[in-house]
Write a new protein. Sequence first.
Length: 154
Amino acid sequence: MVLSASTANDLTMSITQEIRVNASLDATFAALLEQIGPHNEFEYGKPMPMKIEARPGGRWYRDLGNDNGHLWGHVQAIKRPTLLEITGPLFMSNAAVSNVQYRLAPVDGGTLITFKHSAMGPIPEEHRTGVQTGWAHMLDCVRRAAEKADPKRS
């Protein structure tokens, strides 16, 4: 038996990122749902098939076909077009839980997305190091898609 002591810092993770989008709230929220769902991709452009059931209690999962996949979480709260909150293990296959919040607010000429990812549990170091750039990439994809869909704002 191996016992290890952990501190609170070892068992928690908190990330906050913001991005300004030159598109309306509605266009930005629609782009967010598309990006975390059917248009999701790895950082290097490789598709990662995801599905989001955009309703309270709806699942967010990686769909590998033939009823195979990986549950990332459930929609905890959704208030179109200003809030999407998901809770679950996300990409971690261990005893960890995450809360992800996308808060959208109107700003002059567009939308501000404030993203927060809080996690608790044994979080592997490779996840801690990769999430900053991974979430930034996803937010940039949302920005590009929303601005393309709402060109009058760009």
